[in-house]
Design a protein around this ligand. Structure first.
Ligand SMILES: [Zn+2]
Length: 135
């Protein structure tokens, strides 16, 4: 209103009116274009949030599986340690020591060398993989 009072020729000037309509139309076009971009970005964000939620759920499942498997490994380790003790036995009446599982003759003070498939060999390998000393 103030503008038309100060410039009464504006409403009747064709060039000014064409410019005004063109600006209004372009503003609407830009607005619609931006709305499309915003909608596309919101859709992308929603999809990314879904992927993130799935990844978190999968991560939680994996953590629970790891905890469960660590408990099983711990039980197996304790069980194998128990089985791996007292594997030496003396021949009746003799002084020679044998491995109860593979029958290997153990020399006093020497390194033990069991058969490749002896449970003591397998136990020792597993303990090495766990970074623990064989009992
Ligand atoms: Zn053995």
């Amino acid at each position: 209103m103030r503008i038309t009072k100060e410039n009464p020729s504006i409403p009747t000037d064709e060039g000014t009116m064409l410019g005004w309509f063109a600006n209004a139309i372009m503003a609407g076009y830009d607005h619609a274009k931006n709305d499309g971009r915003i909608a596309k970005l919101q859709s992308t964000i929603t999809a990314q949030e879904g992927l993130l939620r799935n990844a978190r759920e999968e991560n939680q499942c994996m953590r629970e599986t790891i905890i469960q498997q660590e408990r099983i490994i711990d039980r197996l380790r304790r069980n194998s340690l128990r089985l791996a003790t007292n594997y030496k036995f003396f021949e009746k009446g003799g002084r020679t020591t044998y491995c109860r599982y593979c029958g290997f003759t153990m020399l006093s003070g020497g390194d033990e060398k069991h058969q490749d498939d002896c449970p003591i060999t397998l136990h020792t390998q597993l303990m090495n993989e766990l970074g623990e000393k064989h009992a």
